[in-house]
Design a protein around this ligand. Structure first.
Ligand code: NAP
Length: 646
């Protein structure tokens, strides 16, 4: 990395950077521990009262900040002029020490190891890539074809790795563009609720995010750009919906049927990676009279750009989608009614609409190591810091509305936020305070939710929907609300993973029947009896407490690439996870899930099935999921070879 520009460019950029992060840069370039000394120790990272998002600025005096920037100016100018080298990337133990210094918190060695990979100070692919490339160069992958179903974030990430390894693959994508959820969802204000500099592939960071929480168009553009940069477009067939896949035991291959418009096709693949996501089938509520409604009606994930000006608009649902779309919808509508079944927890967010400062964008692009340390600190600050607050403390006396002391403290803070946000409409407060623990459902990042409910032209209706009529919605108390437009922000068929595809494994067993309504998989990835079928963002992989789903997916891709390496380097045809291994793993998953906020008996959500079992969420912290997926254990699998299964 070379540092462009002049001293003035550098000086301007340094006004916008995070000081504790800058100290790590200086310590790395100079190799001098002075930058990690007591004099520069930052203040503890704490969330300002009522905010989910902590202040990590370091709390330095103006004098000390200016001194650090001046020193940084001269050191970086020397690097730019070629008078100083950029030093060495940190070793694991030094990285651990640096992160502990810059956060003022203990950082476990394993956490530092994970962050070495997330920052690419260490390339995690070395674990499989050289072996796989060697197998490819020896011709062992000749004729081996992988199918990826879906060109969203999971599919694109997998494709990047297969391409790098030289494995033949095809992506079948039902839409006419890449991006999956970020292609399909276009409702007003649709955007990410994870800090953006962490919401990107570790191997393809984006230093140019315009916002701390970017909106849908920019996110979709990122994935479009990934498709180009990974050079995988020629492998994608758009407009293709996979309908059926069946395992051929004789050949150890998958026969995959898909439709493209009116045409039906069937092709054979050696392995299938399902990258269809958990949230792509809109859930249309089963409410009496829904189909009789005569006005315009659509689901939040199938947004229609109809003019809402002056219209009477009804929105059903109060999850993330509704919260995001409501303020802009209410701005246009004549009156908006929000039909709430149960309230969700909503937390205030720092920097939600703030553009990223030009100097920070410059630093992420041009200051050596800045982007790496920035990402590592983001993951520390916005990831597992919340984990202790979601774990049930058996000693916590009243488990009815919270699971431990920290969880209860958050509850109190958020109740205050409800009250302050609702302003003149304090009568809404009892309807807006959930009766389940914080983090029982996804904690929604606020974009003006309570202020919008407090508007005179917005009404919260909590009486329960009795039926939908031709002209509006009738509630259980007999009121009828006449509306012109009905928006269904009612979520997704998240429990029907892989639907509507029919998946037939060994002995013709149907995966939908095997699962019933309790989908499960080993490490969220493999199912016994379905060899060489790998699920990304599969059962029990979703995150609730904080973090980026791209992180989870990358952990799984890393695991799948090890599976393919094992296969191809040993000339085995297929891997079938052992039933007892899967059973043991999933017993543990369920036991842990019952001890987490989202397993709480009062939580009814898209994470649970009819019998209250958590099937979508990971029971692990980010750190633990990394460890769980990091190293393939070959003995977990039956190794299938045509003619002689091992
Ligand atoms: P959701 O969280 O499942 O919310 C659906 C809403 O519809 C809930 O309030 C639910 O009520 C209500 N509902 C469903 N069926 C109903 C019925 N028959 N009658 C009345 N109300 C009904 O769906 P979502 O808001 O689309 O979010 C789904 C997930 O997508 C989120 O949890 C999040 O992971 C992700 N997401 C993320 C973002 C982001 O990152 N920015 C944005 C949007 C979505 P109950 O609460 O009572 O069940």
């Amino acid at each position: 990395m070379t540092i462009p520009g002049t001293n003035e460019t550098l000086r301007a950029a340094l006004q916008d950077v995070n000081t504790p992060n800058l100290l790590l840069v200086l310590a790395t370039i100079t190799g001098d521990d002075i930058w990690l000394s007591e004099r520069y120790a930052p203040a503890p990272i704490e969330a300002p009262e009522g905010s989910l998002f902590p202040d990590d600025s370091g709390g330095y005096s103006a004098e000390l900040t200016s001194e650090i920037r001046e020193q940084a100016m001269s050191i970086l100018a020397e690097v730019r002029e070629g008078q100083r080298s950029v030093g060495q990337a940190p070793s694991l133990t030094r990285f651990q020490q640096m992160l502990a210094f810059s956060t003022g918190e203990e950082v476990a060695l394993e956490t530092a190891e994970m962050l070495m990979e997330e920052t690419r100070f260490k390339n995690r692919d070395v674990q499989w890539l050289p072996t796989l490339q060697s197998a490819v160069s020896q011709g062992k992958a000749a004729g081996f074809r992988v199918l990826i179903v879906g060109a969203g974030m999971s599919g694109l990430g997998t494709a990047a790795k297969l391409k790098e390894a030289g494995i033949a693959f095809t992506i079948l994508e039902k839409n006419d563009a890449v991006g999956g959820t970020w292609y399909e969802n276009r409702y007003p204000d649709c955007g990410v609720d994870t800090p953006n500099h962490f919401y990107s592939y570790s191997f393809h960071r984006n230093p140019d995010w315009s916002g701390y929480f970017s909106k849908r168009d920019e996110l979709h553009a990122y994935f479009e750009q990934c498709a180009d940069e990974f050079d995988i477009r020629e492998h994608i067939q758009f407009g293709c919906s996979v309908t059926r896949m069946a395992y051929d035991e004789g050949l150890n291959t998958w026969s995959v049927s898909y439709s493209r418009g009116e045409e039906q096709h069937t092709e054979t693949f050696n392995a299938v990676v399902s990258a269809v996501g958990q949230l792509n089938q809109p859930s249309i509520p089963n409410i009496e009279g829904l189909s009789s409604f005569q006005g315009a009606m659509w689901h939040s994930a199938r947004w229609r750009d109809e003019d809402l000006t002056g219209k009477r608009v009804g929105v059903i649902g109060t999850g993330c989608s509704c919260v995001q779309l409501l303020p802009k919808t209410a701005d246009r509508a004549g009156h908006t009614w929000v039909f709430q079944r149960t309230p969700h927890w909503v937390a205030p967010a720092r920097d939600y609409y703030k553009p990223v400062e030009p100097g920070l964008i410059w630093a992420l692009n041009h200051i050596p190591y800045y982007a790496e340390f920035h990402r590592a600190r983001m993951i520390l600050i916005f990831g597992d810091r919340s984990w202790p607050a979601v774990v049930v403390d058996p000693a916590w006396q009243d488990q009815s509305v919270s699971v431990n002391e920290a969880n209860h403290a958050m509850r109190e803070v958020l109740i205050d936020f409800v009250k302050s946000g609702l302003g003149p409409k304090q009568d809404y407060v009892p309807h807006c305070v959930p009766d389940f623990p914080v983090w029982g459902k996804r904690l929604i990042v606020d974009n003006g939710w309570y202020e919008t409910l407090a508007r005179a032209d917005v009404s919260l209706v909590s009486d329960g929907i009795a039926r939908i009529t031709e002209t509006g919605i009738e509630t259980n108390n007999g009121d009828h609300h006449a509306i012109d437009v009905l928006i269904l922000a009612t979520g997704f068929k998240s429990n029907e993973l892989l639907s509507p595809m029919q998946v037939l494994g060994l002995g013709g067993q149907d995966l939908a029947a095997v699962w019933g309504d309790a989908a499960n998989a080993y490490k969220g990835t493999s199912m016994p009896g379905f060899p060489n079928l790998f699920l990304l963002y599969g059962p029990n992989t979703n995150i609730v407490h904080g973090g980026s789903i791209i992180y989870q997916i990358e952990c799984q891709i890393h695991y799948v690439m090890q599976c393919l390496t094992l296969l191809l380097s040993n000339e085995i045809q297929a891997l079938d996870v052992r039933e007892e291994i899967n059973d043991h793993y999933n017993k543990e998953v369920q036991a842990i899930s019952g001890q987490l906020a989202w397993g709480h008996p009062r939580v009814e959500s898209w994470y649970k099935n009819q019998s209250g079992q958590v099937i979508n969420n990971s029971p692990f912290s980010l750190q633990k999921f990394w460890a769980v997926t990091h190293d393939l254990e070959p003995a977990d699998y039956r190794l299938l070879k045509t003619g002689s299964n091992l």
